[in-house]
Ligand binder design. Sequence first.
Ligand code: NAD
Length: 267
Amino acid sequence: MTDDGLNRNIERLASLIAGASRIVVFTGAGVSTESGIPDFRSPGGIWSRFDPEEFTIYRFLASPETRLKQWKILVESGLIVNARPNGAHLAVAELEKLGKLDCVITQNIDNLHQKAGNDPGRVYELHGTMSHARCLGCQRRYAMAELLDRIRLDEGAPLCPECDGILKPDVIFFGEQLPAEALRHAVDHSRRCDLLIVVGSSLVVYPAAYMPVYAKEAGAAVAIVNLTVTDFDLQADVVIHGKAGEVMPLILEAVKRNLAAAVGNPA
Ligand code: NAD
């Protein structure tokens, strides 16, 4: 994308944002790569190092050895330790402060939208979260940071400190149902929005990837901010190929200029 093309698309998206009243931001792993968390499908991403087959619920339940392997991959992927929101997360949080955000629907499990300042009640996590773990026996829920102080992965698959049951990160493994409440809200908001902005998703993991489809079917505009081409690009109203952490703050600045101009108070 040329600089001119990029700037034009940033301005187009900013004016769509300024004119919209129910904006949904739909995010995937690409929004967090600049926070040091690899995505799944980019070169060097998680799938180039681990087999997706590892992340089935069947494997998780199969044996303490497979369970430990999954725990280690998730903990060592950098999802929890010290990951900080980047410019893209902060721009999305700022959209909420400007009154321009209905909700965030995320496939991510890294909690970075909440860390950036989005109201947790407006963040729908379709694939769960690494911020907590749950005991499959007594159902106790543990904050991951505190749990990791209490368990040692070099001693084997973690067990519930209270009942010795199987501890499972609160994320959705392949073969598991998506959390029903989060999915219901995500579908509702996608069908009722007037603008849905995809940020950092390859749009190949379903049912999450239906959200832009629902929005488009309901007559909303759809914008995509992603490093690489997606199958939905041709149907989108605006497509920006670039790094979310660089592009989203530029979009935010352009939105602020638009809003200021609309009240006759040029920034
Ligand atoms: P994906 O890996 O399939 O796609 C990521 C997309 O983001 C790619 O198209 C890539 O080109 C793009 N991208 C990478 N860096 C970018 C950047 N800096 N700016 C803009 N775009 C960038 O990820 P997905 O679509 O989210 O779906 C796969 C699954 O990955 C989801 O189920 C999610 O739960 C899981 N996941 C989450 C995390 C996380 O929580 N941070 C990390 C890895 C995987």
